[in-house]
Design a protein around this ligand. Structure first.
Ligand code: PGA
Length: 241
């Protein structure tokens, strides 16, 4: 498993359902990752393209956007953690709000997925986040703690699991909490949930070239999960530089 403690910042490019072969070729030609020991850059293309990156990626890691909660068997269309491992995948996003919302994933599914990943030496990036309604009802901390308690498997620790805090209302909207709110929430996430106090905790939701430096430099933020802006290679190069 990759040694997470050596990184000061982690950048995850979540391509979602975007990109094709020619896009990948152009992207890889232009991607500039410093061979720094301090930054960890993880590219998560659609699953079908994972093998196109294998052995080509230099100075960065391959991640998947999702995985089956099952190990093997009669589960048509599923892909197992073990297969990801065969293809050199080191990280996997689980419990993204789009999976929770559009594919009815619940905390238990997410826990099972994370558990299978850890078993196969892949680091799960477990996503948590509140909706706008929950935020407006002042339920953010309660919602996050519930997700943390119910979607993180018991075998998770700071060496084998990453958390990504992504307010649902900030994803793809161009809206973000203020810098102070992000720092405060990350602080509270750690303080209220001793189990994950020392975990790497990333922020996600409308991270872009304008706000990334300030967010990444926050004391309690260990990196960023970047969707839309990670598809713009010039912008992404500048963010990870
Ligand atoms: P965004 O997406 O950066 O486009 O808001 C983030 C995510 O969904 O992980």
């Amino acid at each position: 498993m990759i040694k997470l403690s050596k990184f000061s910042s982690i950048f995850v490019a979540n391509w979602k359902l975007n990109g094709n072969l020619s896009f990948i070729n152009q992207y890889l030609d232009s991607l500039k990752v410093n061979p720094s020991q301090l930054n960890c850059v993880i590219i998560c293309p659609p699953t079908i393209y994972l093998n196109n990156f294998n052995s080509i990626l230099k100075n960065c890691y391959l991640g998947s956007q999702d995985i089956s909660k099952f190990e093997s068997g009669a589960y048509t269309g599923e892909i197992s953690s073990k297969s990801l491992n065969d293809f050199g995948v080191k990280f996997c996003i689980v419990g993204h709000s789009e999976r929770r919302q559009y594919f009815n994933e619940n905390n238990n599914d997410i826990k099972n997925k994370a558990s299978k990943l850890i078993k196969n030496n892949i680091i799960p990036i477990i996503c948590i986040g509140e909706s706008l309604k929950q935020k407006n009802e002042n339920k953010t901390i309660e919602v996050l703690s519930y997700q943390i308690n119910n979607s993180i498997p018991s075998e998770s620790n700071q060496h084998n699991t990453i958390i990504a805090y992504e307010p649902i209302w900030a994803i793809g909207t161009g809206l973000t909490p203020t810098i102070d709110e992000i720092e405060n929430l990350h602080y509270l996430i750690r303080k209220n949930n001793i189990k994950i106090e020392n975990f790497k905790i990333l922020y996600g939701g409308s991270v872009n070239l304008q706000n990334s430096r300030e967010i990444i430099n926050l004391t309690n933020v260990d990196g960023a999960l970047i969707g839309g802006a990670s598809l713009k290679i010039d912008e992404f190069n500048q963010m990870i530089a």
